[in-house]
Design a binder for this molecule. Structure first.
Ligand code: ADP
Ligand code: MG
Length: 376
């Protein structure tokens, strides 16, 4: 990637954004001995049997229960590495608790089990090393932020986190002008230059989230975690400077918070979700409609991720699905949300105004996405 080819890739990217929007949606099914979800033959759709009827949803890509962590990463590796070209990149995992969001983002300790966070850090470091031979110097800095109830916390804070420790001041989110980095004031920033540092960071991040899960139990499924990697590149010979970012987001569980209230209702009425997740849906909807006002400021999460979501950012959402029949209603809700995120692309491409509301009632409209070649 010389300065020139980075510019070429950027031009190509801008063309692609015009054509198909900058949001892609992948679906991943976790293994389960009894499954109510069937894979379509082309690897881009799923069929779900719920309430005695079958519904189909299509995505850019669907990973079946046998897909390995390596296979999944192979499909996102290029997108992840585009942060080295100066893009603001964001990957989400979305779905109900137990659907595989943390497995996808963080994964297990064994090399084969590692998820997108460790694989991305190692891959980017490898690329940084290779780019040195072409005269590029890169600096990487990582933070790990939790968003819970509209408050930010520093998951890399040294002190054991209990109560309010690690809590960051309101207004901590700062976007540097002219495509600079997003910084969270007060949050620990860890420089990563060598593989050993990356390994230590990855262990620290995994431990932080695990500790959170035991200490806060119920809340951990209702919080979002954002692994932020700010990337600065400089090419001395040409004077080119790049500021990219990679955000890896393990979203709060998408399940309805009041299950009993939803019992017996048809899923169509019952798809009401966590407020900050619907704020994210509203942002996607406004972007799709090319609305002059995008409501980034309605939630801390969308405020934090603003540079990735709009403009020349790149977004990929995994919708994680637990295919067990008992979860069919939640799965319908997840797939509907994801299909709407996906529909945003179609709307964005055609420039058509369409009212795409997260959790809204446009239930029977199937995703109408044309299948597009993965990559770019
Ligand atoms: P979530 O973060 O969405 O609540 P987890 O990632 O913790 O869900 O997954 C729940 C359980 O299912 C974990 O034990 C996890 O290891 C397992 N699991 C999830 N997805 C997969 C998968 N694709 N392959 C194997 N095991 C999985
Ligand atoms: Mg989880």
């Amino acid at each position: 990637a010389s300065a020139e080819s980075a510019a070429q890739r950027r031009a190509l990217h801008n063309q692609l954004v015009e054509l198909r929007g900058n949001i892609r949606v992948f679906c991943r099914l976790r293994p389960h001995p009894r499954s109510a979800v069937a894979l379509g033959p082309d690897g881009t759709s799923v069929r779900l049997t719920a309430e005695g009827r079958e519904q189909a949803f299509s995505f850019d890509r669907v990973f079946g229960p046998a897909a390995s962590q390596a296979e999944v990463f192979a499909e996102v590796s290029e997108l992840v590495q585009s942060a080295l070209d100066g893009y603001k990149v964001c990957l989400f995992s979305y779905g109900q608790s137990g659907a595989g969001k943390t497995h996808t983002m963080q994964g297990g300790r064994a090399p084969d089990a590692q998820g997108i966070i460790p694989r991305s850090v190692f891959k980017i470091l490898e690329a940084v090393h290779a780019l040195k031979t072409e005269g590029w110097e890169y600096a990487l800095e990582a933070s790990f932020i939790e968003v819970y109830n509209e408050a930010l916390r520093d998951l890399l804070a040294e002190a054991p986190r209990r109560g309010d420790s690690g809590r960051l001041a309101d207004g901590a989110i700062k976007h540097a002008p002219d495509g600079g980095h997003t910084l969270v004031a007060g949050a620990t920033r860890v420089a990563v230059a060598a593989q050993e540092e990356a390994a230590a960071l990855v262990r620290r991040a995994a431990a932080a989230r695990a500790c959170e899960a035991t200490a806060m139990n119920a809340t951990s499924s209702r919080s979002h975690s954002v692994f932020m990697l700010n990337i600065s590149g400089a090419h001395a010979a040409s004077g080119v400077r790049l500021q990219g970012a990679l955000n890896l987001v393990d979203l709060a569980g998408s399940e309805r918070l009041n299950r009993s209230g939803a019992e017996g209702q048809r899923a169509k009425e019952a798809c009401s979700i966590n407020k900050s997740l619907s704020a994210l849906g509203d942002v996607f909807a406004a972007l799709a409609a090319k609305s002059p006002h995008v409501p980034y400021r309605n939630s801390k999460l969308t405020q934090l991720l603003q540079p990735c979501l709009g403009g020349s950012g790149k977004t990929l959402m995994f919708v994680n699905v637990n295919p067990e029949p008992e979860s069919a209603q939640e799965t319908v809700c997840s797939l509907r949300f994801a299909a709407k995120v996906n529909a945003c692309e179609t709307a964005a491409r055609g420039g058509a105004r369409r009212n795409v509301q997260a959790g809204g009632a446009d239930a029977d409209a199937p995703a109408r996405r044309q299948s597009l070649a993965p990559g770019a």
